[in-house]
Write a protein that binds this ligand. Structure first.
Ligand code: NAD
Length: 499
């Protein structure tokens, strides 16, 4: 069912496209122009309940479909994404705002994840281990859990749903998906393609709506044993509390305040490339964005000069224009929040080197554009060095040596991604050991995860789980240990084998 281009979109429940039971809707807008892309159901508890009932019913059959067959469906989904990559890329540059190269990367990540998880359908390894008793066999296997509630942000609108739905489905769970309210059209296309790849009705369900309404109901629903959530720390805390009454499994991927260390022996040209890409790519709206640069005093001033020169050359414009380096931020609220941090930084005594203002000349005034912003003279405890801004703003912090660089980099509540530029192999290995984050890059920026490695962070970035790679299977399955006694007698572990 090709519905793109139409103006009113629906939920997908039990294999049918249906409106919200209240009849209420909300709109998706292009952040570069304010143009309306379509209206979507503003779902409430009743809609979520119907979706959960459909997913619960479908689970009883889906869990029995052999995992390699479930993997085949994921492979078909990957091929459909490949066929539609261009269209999805262009749509993403409109609905979410990122530039074409990054939007293409977002879609590619979903393709890669679907292919990877398709293969998992033929692995999903368990363990066998010898028994302490004779004539007894034992093994542990992964079991699906049931209905997964997946709640996603807008900044990776195709990739993040794939990180969650591909492993959840291959593992034999069914899904109710509540996408971000800023990118519902991409979620709609994602689910259309997923349903075209041959999933039985009810295995995947889409419920649009606001977090506090549809999202909150999903989190509290007693028939949803797993919540997989990516978003802000504040919402993650709320989700955890609301899920606690039902002792749900809660998988959280939250914010970051990622730092790039540049040592005195670094290749500065390379470091500048890495910082510009990580700080200003996706207009700084990545969980792995480098919003701090921890620079050794010996190269600090030179690095600062080169960074400012690069930032000032960046071309601001709509994501779909191939000339654009920096697209819009997602909405007015985000623009105001980013600008408020410029004021906070200046009030705290940091030095604004460039940017620090809303870009509104000509057509830019119709959208939400912010100039790439760099502060220097930033102290590690300042709010601009501690809090997630989620915009094209980065803070330069001067340090004396490697030890101080590690202390400053680690001196935050988050622990998602860190990076170091150095040519000294000893410092590189110390950084791999000592930087307190789920991801560390050596001689690259803080972004660029590949789907077959675990993705996630330490400290307040999450709650100990990881997305992607083999680690994703731990989120979406539970271990079952099975003992088979073929002795014909009642053998008692820990008792009958002790003389
Ligand atoms: P957000 O927390 O505002 O919203 C995320 C999702 O949660 C949305 O779908 C929203 O509707 C829903 N939601 C809001 N309130 C809810 C509630 N009470 N109950 C249930 N659901 C609710 O985050 P955002 O602004 O969409 O995304 C930006 C944040 O996401 C940043 O903090 C960023 O670092 C983080 N992020 C993290 C990762 C990661 O993997 N660690 C990846 C991307 C983004």
């Amino acid at each position: 069912m090709a519905v793109t281009g139409a103006k009113e979109f629906k939920n997908y429940i039990g294999g049918e496209w249906v409106g919200a039971s209240s009849g209420e809707t909300f709109e998706s807008r292009v952040p570069a122009t304010g143009e309306v892309l379509g209206s979507f159901p503003r779902s409430g508890a009743e809609d979520v309940d119907r979706a959960v009932a459909a997913a619960k019913h479908a689970f009883e059959e889906w869990r029995l479909v052999p995992a390699p067959e479930r993997g085949q469906i994921m492979l078909r989904f990957a091929r459909l994404l490949e066929d539609e990559k261009q269209e999805l890329t262009e749509l993403m540059s409109r609905e979410m705002g990122k530039v074409l190269a990054e939007a293409g990367g977002d879609v590619q990540e979903a393709i890669d994840m679907s292919v990877y998880m398709a293969g998992e359908g033929r692995r999903m390894f368990g363990h066998t281990t010898p028994s302490e008793l004779r004539d007894k066999f034992q093994m542990s296997v992964r079991m699906p859990v049931g209905v997964v509630g997946a709640i996603t942000p807008w900044n990776f609108p195709i990739a993040i749903p794939a990180w969650k739905l591909a492993p959840a489905l291959v593992c034999g769970n069914t899904v109710v998906f509540k996408p971000a309210e800023d990118t519902p059209l991409l979620a709609e296309r994602f689910i259309e393609l997923l349903s075209e790849s041959g999933l039985p009705d009810g295995v995947v369900n889409l419920v649009h709506g606001y977090g506090e309404e549809a999202g909150a109901r999903l989190v509290r629903h007693p028939d949803v044993p797993i919540i997989t959530f990516t978003g802000s720390r504040e919402t993650g805390v709320l989700v955890t509390k609301n899920a606690a009454d039902n002792l749900k499994h809660v998988h959280l991927e939250l914010g970051g305040k990622n730092g790039i260390v540049v040592m005195d022996d670094a290749d500065l040209d390379l470091a500048v490339e890495g910082i510009v890409w990580s700080a200003f790519g996706t207009s700084g709206q990545r969980c792995t964005a480098a919003s701090r640069v921890i620079a050794h005093e010996a190269i600090h001033d030179e690095l600062q000069k080169r960074l400012v020169a690069r930032a000032e050359k960046m071309r601001i414009g709509p994501g779909w224009d191939p000339e654009t380096d920096l697209g819009p931020v997602i909405n007015r609220e985000a623009l105001d929040k980013i600008h408020s941090y410029t004021e906070i930084g200046s009030d705290e005594g940091a030095k604004l080197l460039t940017g620090g203002e809303i870009a509104s000349d000509g057509d830019l005034g119709k959208g939400f554009f912010y100039r790439p912003t760099i502060f220097s003279e930033v102290e590690p405890q300042m709010r601009i060095a501690q809090e997630e801004i989620f915009g094209p703003t980065t803070a330069l912090i001067r340090v004396k040596d490697f030890g101080e660089a590690v202390r400053v980099t680690n001196g935050i509540r988050y622990g998602l991604s860190t990076a170091i530029f150095t040519r000294d192999v000893n410092k590189a290995f110390r950084a791999m050991r000592d930087l307190a984050s789920g991801i560390t890059y050596i001689n690259a920026g803080t972004t660029g995860a590949e789907v077959h490695l675990p993705f996630g962070g330490t400290k307040d970035t999450g709650n100990g789980h990881r997305e992607a790679g083999q680690a994703a299977l731990d989120v979406f399955t539970e271990w079952k240990s099975i003992y088979v006694d073929y002795s014909g007698r009642l053998q008692r572990a820990q008792i009958d084998n002790v003389e």
